[in-house]
Design a protein around this ligand. Structure first.
Ligand code: FAD
Length: 563
């Protein structure tokens, strides 16, 4: 069986040009990935193109929670909270290797946004709407119990707390697993291919798109009966290319920033969701491996969409909110290892501030038949996909009333994503079994677990590769890294260091310091596999070094503001 390999890109491109598709999905974030999987699972012929790497947009820059959005209850978005709340368990069941249950502490503080009774009621409603299992329902805590759960919390204003259930994930990996699953069912998914223009037929309907291969610069055409615009923050840019342009509702972009600090500078016992003293917002602090990440901000954004960055002001805001809630830590700008910034593709509502804008998704149909989907949450991607594919089917059946009779209804509730385990027991047993088998290549149990929570059952492919590289590569850490690099190219369409370090492994954000000494070596391994010459290797390294600096670019602003 053909794998989802960057080395097979030429063949995938050939297929793109030579075949006609029922559906062309533009945009390889979680929304487009979910749509591709839904459509191909129903039996439609699907192509997906992404102008940069899969999940390069917002879908690698979120808070990485599969959550119901507790704060939307305050805005009475009951239907939204119910839908995404219910989705949590489905996404967990379908991808438990990358969607992990996470206890969340909601401290109740003096002059906080919610008092004890409101917090208790709010959390109860939250659980009720999401149909949470009895053993996972919220538990209200006394002041002492709350302080016990998280001793770093500020004590003088603490009144109690609520402990409730959410799920932690990895947005970029959730996206790639959706894409890989869609690929395994027959969808043709390509990164670094940009839709530049629509092709219009005699009936004034979109029947395909002009594409640009951003790796070779080659232009081509793809034929498709229906085209879906799932380009997140770029939805309106693409709508403008259609007759009539952006009519009616339009996008409203807001920026959200996260900062990463070493775990020993904010050694939380567990995740927390707490009030920001300076305004009415709330932020998350989430331990992950050797770091804790904190966010997010929510500010109007009118800048360059291709490079949102965390500013000095954004970082200061998050650090002072954190220091106000965990005063003993006294976090400073020098503690920040890295940051990321993402753009929320929300629907504009007159007179509303960023945090007041609804997170609901909406579908727009253009004059030439372009189906655009905007708004929404990572958590709700599956339902968004279902609604969008239903709309696409209506369009297909309108133009061909006798066709598409055998197309099945949405089935993704039961579609296991690539690498998944059916049960927790199966997952645990897999880790134990593999730990026993990998002693010869000097992998520890926790290293095996780290692989499993990234790649699921595909860990076996990486382990097999690591055995093949033994004893050629003596250093066990390098050996497993070499196997991961090989896997990301041959099974996940990684084309360069940025794909590997940012979106396949998350290492730029969460392990920036440790990769400073290894990225050259990673570049050389990639050069060997792709056959890059010295100049090409240098260009790839430079491109990655730009990203390495970008995640700490707020530090240079600090110097400017001090001077
Ligand atoms: C700071 C922040 C925190 C968040 N936290 C959470 C959270 O914890 N939980 C949650 O459920 N949701 C969260 N969200 C929301 C969630 O991340 C987004 O709703 C979701 O990622 C949007 O995905 P998307 O696929 O629509 O857009 P994107 O991920 O941006 O994907 C769109 C893609 O389209 C591509 N594209 C654009 N133009 C073209 C073209 N012409 N041709 C080809 N490709 C093109 C882009 O390169 C991009 O990769 C958060 C959002 C932000 C900003």
């Amino acid at each position: 069986m053909q794998t989802f390999s960057a080395l097979s890109r030429g063949q995938f491109l050939e297929r793109l040009e030579s075949e006609e598709y029922d559906l062309l999905v533009i945009g390889g974030g979680i929304t487009g990935a979910g749509i591709a999987l839904d459509a191909v699972s129903r039996g439609l012929k699907v192509a997906l193109v992404e102008k940069k790497d899969f999940s390069w947009g917002t879908s690698s820059r979120s808070t990485k929670l599969i959550h119901g959005g507790l704060r939307y209850l305050k805005q009475f978005e009951i239907a939204l909270v119910r839908e995404v709340g219910l989705e949590r368990a489905i996404v967990y069941n379908n991808a438990r290797h990358i969607v992990r249950p996470e206890k969340m502490l909601l401290p109740i503080v003096r002059n906080g946004s919610l008092g004890k009774n409101m917090s208790s009621l709010g959390l109860w409603v939250y659980d009720y709407l999401a149909g949470v299992k009895k053993e996972e329902r919220r538990r209200m805590l006394t002041k002492e119990q709350t302080a016990d759960s998280e001793p770093l919390l500020r004590q003088d204003i603490l009144k109690g707390g609520g402990m409730y259930f959410e799920y932690r994930s990895d947005d970029a990996r959730l996206t790639i697993e959706n894409i890989k699953t869609a690929f395994s069912k027959g969808a043709n998914c390509l990164n670094y291919v940009e839709a530049t223009q629509f092709i219009i037929d005699d009936n004034d309907r979109i029947c395909g798109a002009r594409l640009l291969d951003n790796q070779s610069g080659r232009e081509m055409v793809v034929k498709a009966k229906v085209v879906i615009n799932a380009t997140g923050p770029w939805v309106d840019q693409l709508r403008k290319k259609e007759k009539g342009g952006v009519q009616g509702k339009r996008l409203h972009l807001t920026k959200g920033v996260h900062v990463v600090v070493p775990k020993n500078r904010l050694p939380l016992k567990q995740s927390a969701y707490f009030d920001v003293e300076a305004d009415e917002r709330m932020v998350f602090a989430i331990p992950r491996g050797n770091v804790t990440y904190i966010g997010t901000t929510d500010t109007n954004y009118k800048g360059e969409t291709s490079r949102p960055v965390a500013t000095y002001e954004d970082v200061k805001y998050i650090l002072s909110a954190t220091n106000a809630m965990f005063p003993g830590q006294d976090l400073d700008i020098t503690d920040v290892i890295s940051t990321w910034a993402g753009l929320r593709p929300l629907i504009h509502e007159d007179g509303k501030d960023p945090s007041e804008l609804s997170r609901k998704d909406e579908i727009f149909i253009g004059d030439n038949g372009l189906i655009s989907i905007a708004g929404g949450k990572l958590t709700g991607y599956r339902k968004m996909a279902e609604r969008t594919v239903d709309e696409a089917l209506r369009s297909l059946r309108n133009t061909n009333p006798t066709g598409y009779k055998d197309i099945k209804p949405c089935s993704t509730e039961k579609v296991q994503l690539n690498g998944n385990f059916e049960t927790e027991e199966e997952l645990e047993k897999f880790i134990i079994d593999r730990t026993g088998e990998v002693k010869q290549i000097q992998l520890t149990g926790s290293e095996v677990a780290a692989l499993v929570f990234k790649y699921g059952k595909d860990t076996d492919i990486i382990i097999e590769r690591a055995f093949a590289l033994y004893p050629m590569i003596q250093d066990p850490t390098k050996r497993i890294a070499a196997a991961e690099i090989w896997y990301s190219i041959n099974h996940e369409m990684s084309s360069n260091l940025c794909d590997y370090f940012i979106r396949r492994t998350g290492r730029l954000y969460f392990e920036r310091n440790s990769i400073l000494n290894t990225y050259d070596w990673v570049g050389e391994r990639m050069a060997n596999i792709f056959g890059w010459n010295q100049k090409e290797l240098e260009n790839h390294i430079k491109e990655f070094e730009f990203e390495l600096d970008d995640v700490v670019s707020f530090k240079s602003e600090e110097k400017v503001s001090v001077a």
